[in-house]
Ligand binder design. Structure first.
Ligand SMILES: *Cc1c(COP(=O)(O)O)cnc(C)c1O
Length: 398
C-alpha cells in the first residue's frame, strides 16, 4: 500500500516525536541525485549530512548489503563473523594500524572513546577531557557534555561531569585547561556543525606535541570529516600526526548505520573483555557495507577525485564571493566546504531547493556543502549556477 504525502505527513505528525522539521518527501536516490514523491530531482549536496559519500545507492554497497542480508544479518559478539575482522583490518590499514571497536552511530563511537580515555586515566585519578568551543560530538548525555555548542545542551541539565572547554585553534587556551585530572583532548580536525572550520596545522601538530609532553590522549572525532571527505581518508592525515584514538561513523557504511572507534595498538589492553559492548556493533550486515565502501574507495580512485573536484568547487565558490557582496569567504577542505555569508541563509537555501539543489547550514552563517564525493565537475558547476542565482535577491519560494 502506498500513501500520499499528505497522509504520511499526518502519520508523522501524529506518531513521530517532533524533534525534526522535515520538508521534502524523498523516495529514491541514485548517485548525486534524489527524487521527491512528485518526481522532482535534486542535486544532493548534503548527502544525508556526509553519510552517502559514495552517492546514493552505490551499486557495490547495495549489492553487498543485499547479498549479506540473504546470508546472515546478525550474530552477537559472542561469536566471530566473517566481516567484522575484515572491516577492522581495512580501517586499521587505512589509518594507524590500531584496534577497532564497532558501534552504530557517531555519538556511540564518541562515547566509546570517552570511556576508553576514562578507563586509561582512572587508575591515576584522571578523567577530565578538554573539548573545544563550537564542537559537536553527538546527542547522548556524555557526548552532549563534550559538545561546545551550548544550545544543544539547553534544558538537559545536569551535564555529565568531566568535560571542560578550550578555544579551537588556540593551543595556549588548551594548555591553560590542563589540570591534574586531565586525561585527554578531544577535537574535530575540521569542525563540521560549528561552521566548517579546519584546524590550523600549528594547532594540530601543537596538540600532538602537548599531549605527548603532558601524557594526555589525543582523541579526534572524524565522524563528519573522515572517510575521504577532505581528500584524505581521514582528515588528520593532512597534518602528518597520529591520534591516540579516533571515532568514525556517518559515511563508514555509506548510509547503512555503523560507527567505530580505533585506538593505537599500544592501548589494546585498556578495554578488556566485558568492559564495553554494543549489541548491534559490528554485525555481518553493517560490516559488509563498510567493506564495500573501502573497496569502492580503492577501485574508483575516490580520493584523487575529491581533490580535483573539490578544488574546482572551491574556486567556483570563491568566484561567488567576488561577485556577491553577501558571500564573504570559503572554508574547508576537499568536498567539505563552507561559504561564509552575511545574509539570512534561509531564503538562499529555499531558492536553491526550488532550483533543485539541497544544501546545509553550519554554525551561525555558513552555507555548508557536503556533496557525494563522486560528483562530476558538471554537477559541481550545476550547483554553482544554482547558488549564484540563489544568492541574488529574489522571491522566496514557499
Ligand atoms: C554527526 C556527528 C556526530 C554524531 O553522530 P550521530 O551518528 O548522529 O550520533 C558526532 N561528531 C561529529 C563531528 C558529527 O558530525
Amino acid at each position: 500500500m502506498t500513501h500520499d504525502k499528505t497522509t504520511l505527513m499526518d502519520l508523522q505528525g501524529n506518531h513521530v516525536l517532533g524533534t525534526y522539521s522535515p520538508d521534502l518527501l524523498l523516495v529514491r536516490g541514485e548517485g548525486a541525485y534524489v527524487w521527491d514523491a512528485d518526481g522532482k530531482r535534486y542535486l544532493d549536496f548534503a548527502a544525508g549530512i556526509s553519510v552517502c559519500n559514495l552517492g546514493h545507492c552505490h551499486p557495490r554497497v547495495t549489492a553487498a548489503i543485499c547479498a549479506q542480508a540473504g546470508k546472515l544479518v546478525h550474530v552477537s559478539n559472542l561469536h566471530y563473523n566473517e566481516n567484522q575482522p575484515r572491516l577492522a583490518a581495512l580501517i586499521a590499514e587505512a589509518s594507524f594500524g590500531g584496534r577497532v571497536f564497532f558501534a552504530n552511530s557517531g555519538a556511540e563511537a564518541n562515547e566509546g572513546l570517552i570511556k576508553f580515555a576514562r578507563r586509561w586515566g582512572n587508575p591515576a585519578g584522571r578523567f577530565e577531557i578538554i573539548c573545544m568551543e563550537d564542537s559537536f560530538h553527538g546527542r547522548t548525555l556524555a557526548t552532549l557534555a563534550a559538545t561546545g555548542r551550548s544550545k544543544y545542551r539547553q534544558g538537559f541539565a545536569p551535564d555529565v561531569e568531566g568535560f571542560t572547554f578550550a578555544k579551537f585553534n588556540d593551543l595556549e587556551s588548551v594548555r591553560a585547561k590542563i589540570g591534574p585530572q586531565t586525561v585527554a583532548v578531544l577535537c574535530e580536525p575540521v569542525q563540521g556543525e560549528g561552521g566548517i572550520i579546519p584546524a590550523t596545522p600549528e594547532f594540530m601538530t601543537g596538540l600532538r606535541q602537548l599531549c605527548d609532553e603532558r601524557n594526555l590522549l589525543l582523541l579526534l572525532d572524524e565522524v563528519q570529516c573522515g572517510m575521504g571527505r577532505t581528500g584524505r581518508m581521514f582528515a588528520h592525515q593532512h597534518y602528518g600526526i597520529v591520534p591516540d584514538g579516533m571515532s568514525l561513523a556517518k559515511a563508514l557504511g555509506n548510509g547503512f548505520p555503523i560507527g567505530a572507534f580505533e585506538v593505537q595498538a599500544k592501548y589494546k589492553d585498556v578495554l578488556p573483555p566485558g568492559s564495553h559492548a554494543s549489541t548491534f556493533g559490528g554485525t555481518p550486515l553493517a560490516c559488509a557495507a563498510g567493506i564495500a565502501v573501502f573497496e569502492a574507495f580503492a577501485e574508483e580512485g575516490i580520493l584523487d577525485h575529491v581533490r580535483t573536484v573539490g578544488a574546482h568547487l572551491r574556486a567556483g565558490l570563491e568566484a561567488l564571493c567576488a561577485k556577491h557582496p553577501a558571500a564573504k569567504a570559503v572554508r574547508g577542505a576537499g568536498l567539505m566546504l563552507g561559504l561564509v555569508v552575511e545574509t539570512d541563509l534561509k531564503p538562499v537555501l529555499a531558492r536553491a531547493k526550488a532550483a533543485g539543489l539541497l544544501a546545509l547550514t553550519a554554525g551561525e552563517n555558513v552555507l555548508r556543502l557536503l556533496p557525494p564525493l563522486t560528483i562530476s565537475i558538471e554537477q559541481a558547476d550545476q550547483a554553482l549556477t544554482i547558488l549564484d542565482q540563489a544568492l541574488a535577491e529574489g522571491p522566496i519560494p514557499a
